[in-house]
Design a protein around this ligand. Structure first.
Ligand code: NI
Length: 131
């Protein structure tokens, strides 16, 4: 497997401004202010603490990509995102090794337009891979 390193933990929240304030009170600092992702109809912001990066994701419309997950999980972490030196190799290895891509690599405005793809696995659920 191409070496993977953790880029962020994706965290679903109902209200992103309130969630941000609460994370700041816990000692996180804002790495990037709230960005609207029109592809996915979500608001996203990044917070960091102790070398840990959290991505807050909040639905901005009824038909956002996370609206279904929100109903199921409420406010909760829901994916770990990994980066790698070789995205194409890692993506191929993951899909050959029990991970099923649930979308295709698509630019993420909140990540400077870098491509991301989500995959799911029977044992650990959803992960994200970033180019
Ligand atoms: Ni993410």
């Amino acid at each position: 497997m191409s070496a993977l390193s953790v880029h962020h933990i994706g965290y679903l929240v109902k209200k992103i401004e309130k969630a941000t304030r609460t994370f700041l009170a816990l000692g996180y600092r804002m790495e990037q202010d709230i960005v609207y992702d029109a592809f996915r109809k979500v608001n996203i912001c990044f917070l960091v603490k102790d070398g840990c990066r959290i991505e807050l994701v909040s639905p901005a419309a009824e038909d956002s990509v996370v609206s279904g997950l929100m109903k199921k999980y409420k406010n909760s972490p829901y994916h770990i995102c990994y980066q790698t030196e070789d995205f194409d190799a890692a993506f191929a290895e993951l899909t050959a090794g029990g991970f099923i891509a649930i979308d295709t690599p698509t630019p993420a405005p909140a990540l400077g337009g870098r491509d991301v793809v989500f995959l799911t696995n029977a044992d650990i659920g959803m992960i994200e891979l970033i180019r």
